[in-house]
Structure formats: C-alpha cells, structure tokens
Ligand binder design. Structure first.
Ligand code: 13P
Length: 251
C-alpha cells in the first residue's frame, strides 16, 4: 500500500509570525488522534529560517516538517548552504530535492539532484524527488522520456531500491503556479509510466502530483490509481484550503 501524503511547499513566502500562525492552525486540526483516523500524512516545507518556529508550533500534532532543499555536501566551506545534519538537528524529517524552480532558476542538473538525494537519504531524511517536463518538452512529446531520465540519474547513483523507498513528486513545470493543472488523465499517464519504470520494487512507492492543486481539483486527481497525494504550492499557504485538500484524499 502506498502511504497517502499531502505536502505543502511554502516556497519563499512568509514571516516568522505568518509561518508560525499557519503551522499552529494546521496543528490544531491535526492532533495525533485526528491523523490516525484520517490517514494521510501532512508535511509542510517552510523556508529554512522558519523551520524552528514551525517545528515548535507543530510539536503536539502529527504534522511533519521538511526543508525545500539541502546541500549535497556534509559540511565545510560552502557559503550559504544548509546540510542534511543541520536539518535533522532542527527537527526535519523530509527534504525536497530537484524542485523545478531550483532546476530552472538555480541551474541544478540531474547529477547534482542525484547527489542531494543520496546525501539526504544517507543522512536520515526522506527525500521527495521532484521531476517534471517543461511546456516545450510536453509539446515535443518528450514528457515521459524527460521524467524517466530525471529519475534514472538518481537510480544510477543510489540504486533502484533506495529510490523506491523515497517519495517522487511529478510536477509538470507548465502547471506550477499557473492555475493550469494537468488533467487527471495526463497526470495519471505520467504516474503510471513512473510506476512502470520502478517496476515491482516501486509498487508501494508514494507518488505525488503537484502543479496548481487546489481544493476543487484535488479529489479528482487523487482518485487516479497511481496518484497517492499532492505537493501543493500556493494553496498550501491557506490553512483551510490546505486542510480541505488533505481531506479530499481521505474521503
Ligand atoms: P503551485 O501549487 O503553486 O502550482 O506550486 C506547485 C509546486 O511547485 C509545489 O512544489
């Protein structure tokens, strides 16, 4: 069984006050008891500097906290970078690797993403590997090949078994922050190709969809056989909307 999961990527938004308030609102609805009843795990990914306040605000709930990125290096002279050990030390359990904004804006390539994945997993964080094609690649018909190559780079470095015990998020770049969601069928087609690439070992790997997920379109996306939850950007900044998205996977 794939573990259902709803992740909120807060990107570069918020102050200590707004991040703490949002976390506290989510935590009020997500006590240990409610989570056991409702099933889907909730993870939030605040900006690095807000991680300590969000960890504190969610301490008595079943919400997990992750980081939006990590260094591939364990420690040393890497100005501005944050290591896996530092994230663990702050109470993180998860980390996003290879988000399309980091691939496009910061220039992270498949090899660097694979190294970050390896460092995260070896250090004890659960990586959420983000993959997805650009609009141009979709129009050229190379979606499945692009996504397969992004995943293959990680498999080449750490092996299939280690990729299968992580989480993979398919986020078509053209659907991120645009209000244009992949149709449930478009998303399912890519998820099913990912599942096929992982083979038997990936039959219980959690696969998330991301890209303009909101409370109105979530249920239909999550009803697809190979979609086990969502990686939500903009809509995760509103507690009610995010909780409604989480509920739609549990319905
Ligand atoms: P939006 O939900 O704002 O489209 O962002 C998706 C995303 O990039 C999550 O990582």
């Amino acid at each position: 069984m794939c573990k259902p999961l709803i992740a909120g990527n807060w990107k570069m938004h918020g102050t200590t006050e707004s991040a703490t308030n949002l976390a506290a609102q989510l935590a009020r609805h997500r006590t240990q008891e409610a989570n056991e009843k409702e099933g889907a795990e909730i993870i939030v990914f605040p900006p690095f500097v807000h991680i300590p306040s969000v960890v504190a605000a969610t301490a008595n709930s079943n919400i997990s906290v992750g980081a939006q990125d990590c260094s591939q290096y364990p420690d040393g002279a890497y100005t501005g970078e944050i290591s896996v050990e530092m994230l663990l030390d702050q109470g993180c359990q998860y980390v996003l690797v290879g988000h399309s904004e980091r691939r496009a804006v910061i220039g992270e390539g498949n090899q660097m993403v694979a190294e970050k994945f390896k460092a995260a997993q070896a250090g004890g964080l659960i990586p959420i590997l983000c993959v997805g094609e650009s609009l141009q690649q979709r129009q050229q018909g190379t979606t499945v090949a692009v996504v397969a190559e992004q995943i293959a780079a990680v498999i080449d470095l750490v092996g299939l078994a280690d990729v299968c015990r992580a989480v993979i998020a398919y986020e078509p770049v053209w659907a991120i922050g645009t209000g244009e969601t992949a149709s449930p069928q478009q998303a399912q087609d890519v998820h099913s190709a990912i599942r096929a690439q992982l083979g038997e070992a990936g039959s219980s790997t959690t696969l998330l969809y991301g890209g303009s997920v909101n409370a109105s379109n979530a249920a239909e996306l999550f009803a697809q056989p190979d979609i086990n939850g969502g990686l939500v950007g903009g809509a995760s900044l509103k507690a009610d909307e995010f909780l409604n998205i989480a509920k739609s996977i549990e319905a």
